[in-house]
Design a protein around this ligand. Sequence first.
Ligand code: 13P
Length: 256
Amino acid sequence: MRKTIVAGNWKMNLTAAESARLARELLPVAATLNKTEMWVAPSFTALWAVKEVLGTAPVSLGAQNCHWEERGAYTGETSPSMLHEFGCSFALVGHSERRHVFKESEELVSKRVRGAVAHGLTAVLCIGETLAEREAGETESVLAQQLKASLGGDLVRSAEKLVIAYEPVWAIGTGKVASIPEIAHAHSFIHSVVEGLEFPQLPILYGGSVTPDNFSDILSVPTVGGALVGGASLDAAKFIQLLRTSEGISENRAVA
Ligand code: 13P
C-alpha cells in the first residue's frame, strides 16, 4: 500500500533564509513518519538552502514547475535534467496559478509532464475546474480534458513517475474547501479516466484550503492519496499537524 503524500507548495512566499528556518522546524518530524511521505516545493532560490537543511532526511524536494528540454534558449525556465541533477525528485506541473495567471496552455502542460518524466522526475500534474465551470456542470468534462491532454499518447505508464493533484481552482487560497462528496466524486472520476488511459493506479492528492481542521475528513475519502497544501504548509505547527493527522488516519486505513 502506497504511503499518504503530504506535499507543501510554498509558492512564491519564503526567502531562502525563511525556507531554511521552516525546513529546520519540520526536520525532527520527518524522521518519525511511517505511513506518510513528506514532500516540499520551495521557490527556486530557496531549493539550495532547504536541501542543505534536509540533508539525508526522508523528505522529497521538488520544484514548482519545469521545462521539457534539457537546455536551450528558454529565458526564465529551468530544465528537468537540471532539477534532477540538483536533487529534486518531483516537479509540480500545470498548477492552476500557472494555467490561469500565466496562461499556460494544455500543450505546454503536456510537454512539461513529458519532460519531467523523461528526465527522472515525478510529475505532479495539477488539474481542477474553475467555479464557473463547476456551476455550468462542466467539472467532469474539464477534468477529463486536462487528463487526456497531458496523459495521452506515448507517455510512459508508470505509477512511480506520476501523481495527480485535484485542486479545484475556487478552493485554492480561498478558505473554501470542497465538500467531502465533491472530493469523493471528482477523485473517483479521475481514477476512472486514468484507468481508461491505461495507467496503473496513481496517487491522487486533493489541494485547496487544506488545514489541520479539515484534513482528517478529506483523508477519510478512500480515493484520496494525500494533499497538496499551500497556505497551511508555510506554518510549521500546521504542517506538522497535517503530517500527524496523516500518520493517524493512514494507520487506521492499514488496519482496516
Ligand atoms: P492553499 O492550500 O493555500 O489553498 O493552496 C493550495 C494549492 O494551490 C497547493 O498547490
